[in-house]
Design a protein. Structure first.
Length: 342
């Protein structure tokens, strides 16, 4: 009995060794090339001999997306516009731009006829790709504006994805290769993706896109939602604390702009809890007036600060859209009125 167990263990051991040797003898060789920052795969084709392909993941871009939202009095909806830059240091042209949305949207526009645009793979996202012209994509250090669409959805925070143009043609094993080579390629590439996760990761940024208002509508819950948007906008750098040259211009200046905005929203919330709708509307209007003042002030100073390369804006166009239009919507649902346009 002991002899049988011994031989079973020996047989299992050699089976494991044999399987390990077979696994290590992949038909496809793959490795990371640090000099070019891409992956190389090599294998033998039955009729063509040794062949090589380059896998250059489309994530070597350095994008910045800026959003602006305006109220369209004609359609009683919103126009969502974007400017996209591919910052210095990018190794690839920024060829594909994807912006998600959470409300029905329509009438997309592109900077020129060189940009293809459509819904992204049938999902709730708009897709722009520069596939025509002399340069496919946005080169490093360049930017492009003119991306837009319309929606009746309110501004919220959404994700945007960016993809670069591969610097070399990617041709994995196909019809002229054996099934064994195709399977080997799949295993090797999977192992490299696990080993170099950051080299294959997607490039995602936050921006502003449309969202369908909640139903049923609960004013207190919606006000809490506006408060959460404000804090997330601050975390994203869309709201910045006071500058040295702002002294005496904003209440609670020693604690920054966020304190002032918080105070107005908390007062509006307290009035809602008490059931005083009229006073809650007045507090919300005060909040909007401060948002408008901060945004107007920063637009006037934008050119100056760009030249001097110092200072920061209090509020970006993204934060302005998020806070103003959602606050206006709440006021209207409460029975009040206020101008939506700039």
């Amino acid at each position: 009995m002991k002899i049988k167990i011994y031989f079973a263990i020996v047989l299992l051991f050699f089976s494991f060794i044999l399987a390990s040797n077979v696994w290590s003898q992949e038909l496809v060789k793959g490795y990371y090339d640090p000099e070019n920052d891409w992956f190389v795969f090599e294998w033998d084709m039955p009729d063509y001999g040794k062949t090589t392909t380059i896998d250059d993941p489309p994530n070597k871009v350095n994008p910045v997306i800026k959003a602006k939202v305006i109220f369209d009095t004609e359609t009683q909806g919103y126009i969502y516009s974007y400017e996209v830059a591919n910052q210095n240091g990018a190794k690839q042209h920024l060829m594909d731009i994807v912006v998600k949305y959470s409300a029905p949207s329509y009438d997309p526009k592109a900077p020129s006829k060189d940009w293809y645009m459509a819904r992204f793979r049938g999902k709730d996202a708009w897709h722009w790709a520069k596939t025509r012209g002399d340069i496919h994509g946005i080169a490093a250090g360049q930017k492009e504006r003119g991306f837009s669409f319309k929606s009746k959805g309110l501004p919220t925070i959404v994700s945007s994805s960016f993809y670069g143009k591969r610097r070399d043609r990617y041709s994995p094993p196909g019809d002229f290769d054996t099934e064994e080579v195709i399977a080997s390629f799949s295993r090797v590439r999977k192992e490299l993706k696990a080993q170099y996760k950051d080299k294959f990761s997607s490039i995602v940024r936050k921006t502003v896109g449309p969202k369908t208002p909640p139903t049923p509508f609960v004013p207190a819950d919606f006000l809490n939602y506006i408060i959460s948007l404000k804090h997330e906008a601050f975390n994203l750098g869309w709201i910045v604390q006071g500058r040295d040259d702002d002294k005496g211009k904003h209440e609670d200046e020693e604690k920054g702009i966020m304190k002032s905005l918080d105070k107005k929203l908390e007062k509006a919330k307290a009035e809602l809890v008490k059931g005083d709708t009229k006073e809650a509307i007045e507090k919300l209007k005060s909040f909007i007036h401060e948002i408008e003042a901060l945004y107007k002030e920063d637009k006037e100073k934008e050119e100056k600060h760009e030249k001097e390369k110092e200072g920061h804006s209090h509020i970006t166009s993204e934060a302005y859209a998020l806070l103003k239009y959602n606050a206006v919507y709440l006021i209207e649902k409460l029975g009040g009125k206020i101008e939506k346009d700039h």
